[in-house]
Design a protein around this ligand. Sequence first.
Ligand SMILES: *Cc1c(COP(=O)(O)O)cnc(C)c1O
Length: 356
Amino acid sequence: MTPHDKLFIPGPVEVSEKTWAAFSRPMIGHRGEDFKNLYRAIYPGLQTLFGTKQPVFLSTSSAWGVMEASIRNLVDRGVLCCMCGAFSDKWFDVAKRCGKNAEPLQVDWGKHIDQKAIDRQLATGRFDTVTLIHNETSTGVMNPLPEICCTLAKYPDAALVLDTVSSFSGVKIDMDALGIDVMLTGAQKALALPPGFSLFSVSEKAFARAEKIPNRGFYFDFLEFKKQQTEWMTPSTPSIAHMHALQSKLDEMFQEGLDARFARHARTNALVHEWVRRTGFEFFAEEGFRSKTLTCVKNNKGIDVLELARKLREKHHLVIDPGYGKIRGKTFRLSNMGDETEETVGHLLSCLDDVL
Ligand SMILES: *Cc1c(COP(=O)(O)O)cnc(C)c1O
């Protein structure tokens, strides 16, 4: 058997045999007791992971579905889009395409979003919604969430929509304690599930807002999700295979322990950081704001990044990302999300040494 190419790109990441086995369990109907029991079974674990007492919803879409839905469900007066990389930049574009009054709060790629800048913008009274990406996957920047949430707390009329797609379950994020109004994540990043599914939770404040927003549509209507969840259902037929895989993954997570899981991500991330320093590379993200789940390495040595990625794949069957969008080739990204351990990340780094 030829070995498959193992993904160390920041999503999708490697999916374990165990998860695939759960993903291919026999199908069940989505309007019967088996389904309700499945949703009920995964629910407490999901609430714990989100750090919330609010309902947690299952969306059969990639994360962008919920990112767009948040705009459509919440934005009335205007949305302030915090932009610091490819995903957060795109969110601004999505808000405009939804016909909303959107304004950018933009910093250079590699820099973080400063709470003081948000404060100045919200003080104008022009915005009722803020979009923020916790972990900007394109640049490897992790934004200072507690500080930003403290600032948001001064503006009870403003709702915070937080994308935790590439940090969720890799670092601790307590939705209720932080006062987050919509928290969303995707399946294929730190959760290490196949792509095509996402999870989100919505605060009371955000539900109340949605009630006043017309034309929310159906597929992504937060109030429809809320109504259906009380009966352990989803508005439309969800990807039941993803729910089986999620159930298996939650079992694994709680067996490992969440704190141990966060600590494992911190350790594997530190290994990558040591490697970057030892090999004379630099970090693309500014110091103090670097992601714990992936590393965006700056190609200060001027190597041929595409060639590096090609050789690593051919010789070692490992796949890394040669940089996203406008920083392709000028950076490369190494993920330590999901099931990776010191051993597997150590292996990646020694294979990189070999190829370099
Ligand atoms: C991957 C990613 C997304 C997009 O996820 P899709 O599954 O492509 O919708 C959004 N935000 C962040 C931070 C990401 O890393």
